[in-house]
Design a protein around this ligand. Structure first.
Ligand SMILES: [Zn+2]
Length: 366
């Protein structure tokens, strides 16, 4: 019984327990020579490009090394063929499996490298986007508009290319009037010009509506001037116009004084000096106490303590007549000032050209 059992055990179990070893040894002994070659080549594959090359080198349907081996099978004898065929099959499966594993490994490495390169260092200082700024001229223009709008004015705009009629004739400057010569006009044709002031918009507005009128007109104006620290062929004006029944010079003084005190400072003193403009009667030059020396005298005010800031006056009856307003019922006042000049005073700039050079170092200060 004992012997029989021992036989039973050995015959039943030993072969089973030994089989993995036997198989491995068999495989090693039986391994195709290409397997070892492939394994060595696979070890040096470090990129997906190399991986593809290696795969094609062994498995390409036309000239893969394994494919060529399969083609050789036909030359073997009928006895050799089955075992050689099986060996090649095992090789092919092994190669495919090894390639698949290596492919996953390379993908993993690539992903790791990508994550490394895209890693965010939160300790690095950030990039601050540069903030755009409003040009100092536009900024002061808006400030001036807002002061007048709070006083009940509306902003009106008009064309920069203007008819001679609106720029001169309707403003009491008929052809041949001496005041035309002082404006150094840039003519496009005989009757068409680049407006020399924003005053034509007064006429255009009054033609379109009955009184009362309360407008300010900011905009570009043009004159045949050589460029220097205080002159430019293109500059900016702000014009104002009030027309209604019973408007007097006191309204002019009160409005402009309130505006100038708000724009510069409550301590600003305002003076009106007689002056002449063809489209007003009487006309005045408006001067303010120097904002730099408070009137004691400095370089900016040329030591006299006062600075001229605008021209103004009561609208000439002939101008009202031209637009069909009855000058017996309606009166009004108007003024004009250089926005560039106000900006130079307000920001203490002594060269007009700097506004038009668009140097970021200058512009970014506003
Ligand atoms: Zn001064």
């Amino acid at each position: 019984m004992k012997k029989g059992r021992a036989f039973f055990i050995s015959s039943l179990f030993l072969p089973v327990r030994l089989s993995p070893l036997k198989m491995t040894t068999a495989m090693l002994e039986n391994a195709h020579p290409l397997w070892e070659q492939f394994r060595q080549e696979l070890q040096s594959v470090s990129s997906l490009g190399q991986w593809t090359q290696l795969r094609d080198r062994y498995l390409s349907r036309q000239r893969g090394l394994i494919t060529l081996e399969v083609k050789k099978l036909g030359r073997l004898s009928a006895e050799e063929r089955p075992s050689a065929g099986q060996r090649l099959n095992v090789l092919k499966v092994q190669v495919e499996k090894a390639l698949e594993n290596h492919y996953q490994l390379l993908k993993e490495q690539e992903r790791f490298r990508q994550l490394q390169s895209e890693r965010i260092d939160v300790t690095l200082p950030g990039y601050y986007p540069r903030r755009g700024r409003i040009h100092p001229l536009r900024r002061i223009q808006r400030e001036m508009e807002e002061i007048f709008m709070r006083m009940g004015f509306q902003v009106a705009l008009g064309p920069e290319l203007e008819w001679d009629y609106y720029n001169f004739e309707a403003l009491n400057m008929p052809p041949g009037h001496p005041a035309r010569d002082t404006q150094d006009t840039l003519y496009i044709t005989e009757n068409l010009l680049l407006r020399t002031h924003t005053s034509p918009v007064q006429i255009r507005t009054m033609q379109q509506q009955p009184p009362p009128v309360r407008i300010v007109v900011p905009g570009k104006v043009f004159r045949r001037d050589a460029v220097d620290a205080t002159h430019s062929p293109m500059f900016h004006q702000m014009e104002g116009l009030v027309v209604d029944a019973g408007i007097t010079f006191a309204d002019l003084k009160g409005t402009l004084e309130a505006f100038l005190k708000e724009l510069f400072s409550p301590q600003t003193r305002v003076r009106f000096q007689p002056s002449y403009f063809p489209f007003v009667e009487p006309g005045a030059e408006v001067v303010i106490s120097c904002i730099f020396c408070s009137g004691t005298g400095c370089r900016v005010c040329k030591q006299n303590g006062w600075i001229e800031v605008m021209g103004a006056g009561m609208v000439h009856p002939k101008v009202l007549q031209k637009v069909g307003y009855d000058p017996e019922t309606y009166t009004g006042f108007a003024w004009g000032m250089g926005i560039d000049r106000i900006a130079m005073l307000k920001y203490q700039i002594d060269d007009l050209r700097i506004f038009f050079e668009n140097d970021v170092r200058f512009l970014s200060q506003f």
